[in-house]
Design a protein around this ligand. Structure first.
Ligand code: GRG
Length: 276
């Protein structure tokens, strides 16, 4: 096994060697832009690691690792459009830097591009990878829809929330790892075991992501939950706050929760005060 940094370096070398930028440049430039913006490269590293766990040269898993990272970045481009987010990884989002249509079309192209990386494998492996990938992509879509649906509901339960993050975030982590197992041609049982490991890792990762959103930055310490409520975001911290709140506080929370983004600033301040 190698260090995480070594897997990251190998992956980045491979990614750089890909000739993604071609005509029409307005379609492909945003793709190279988002893929070049950095990020932790957690998913491709996990694909490479999983391949090695099952005794195959991790380099064989580089195309599948790229498929996973391209797909992940595609989902970020479209997620940023849906959230109208100005920044991604501290830089302008694709739709902000170019425009909405470019964000949609470049994102679409990334989804197809991701699939094409599986063509590097022989037919039976290709079939298994493509099957897993289709199932996963659809689940990510479903998870995203649950997340959107939850914005207009005030009765979301923690099990429902956990299901939503399993689909939106964790299935891709599970699939990233299972791809390593498929490429290594290990047993189905091993493939399922490493998928479950990745799934749980993905759930833990999303819970931590929610936590860091709230407490990760000292400048916004404790304020994000209030912000999430204003934006109607259902996060683990918000749902836990509701669960633990005493009955009268719960009523107050739910009342505050009815606040809309265009409500006056006095109301918004009262939400923030509540969480300070
Ligand atoms: C699947 C067809 C299809 C459509 C996509 C937009 C959408 C539907 C889904 C959004 C899924 C999404 C953005 C989930 C959040 C996943 C997540 C935790 C992102 C942050 O991951 P990090 O921290 O990011 O690994 P870096 O920047 O390190 O790559």
């Amino acid at each position: 096994m190698h260090s995480i940094a070594a897997y990251q370096e190998q992956f980045l070398n491979y990614l750089e060697g890909q000739k993604i930028l071609k005509e029409p440049t307005h379609l492909y430039q945003p793709i190279t832009y988002i893929l070049g913006l950095g990020g932790k490269r957690m998913r491709p590293v996990l694909t490479l690691m999983a391949a090695e766990v099952f005794d195959v040269d991790y380099k064989k898993a580089l195309p599948a690792a790229t498929a996973v990272e391209v797909f992940h970045n595609f989902s970020l481009v479209h997620d940023d459009i849906m959230d109208d987010a100005p920044l991604r990884r501290g830089k302008e989002t694709v739709h902000e830097k170019w425009n909405l249509n470019t964000g949609i079309l470049s994102g679409d192209a990334m989804l197809i591009l991701a699939y094409q990386y599986f063509e590097n494998y022989e037919p039976s492996t290709f079939r298994e990878l493509a099957k897993l990938f289709s199932k996963t992509a659809l689940e990510v879509c479903e998870g995203q829809q649950y997340d959107v649906d939850f914005e207009t509901r005030d009765d979301v339960t923690i099990p429902e929330y956990l299901k939503m993050i399993e689909y939106k975030t964790a299935v891709l982590v599970g699939a990233a790892m299972k791809m390593g197992a498929i490429i290594a041609e290990t047993s189905e049982e091993n493939g399922n075991l490493i998928y479950d490991f990745g799934l749980n890792l993905g759930i833990a990762f999303q819970l931590q992501d929610d936590y860091l959103d709230c407490f990760g930055n000292p400048e916004t310490f404790g304020k994000q939950v209030g912000g999430d409520i204003i934006e109607n975001k259902k996060t683990y911290l918000y749902l836990k706050a509701i669960e633990f709140a005493k009955a009268d506080e719960r009523e107050q929370l739910l009342h505050l929760y009815s606040i809309q983004p265009n409500d006056n600033s006095e109301k918004i301040e009262s939400v923030k005060e509540f969480f300070n």
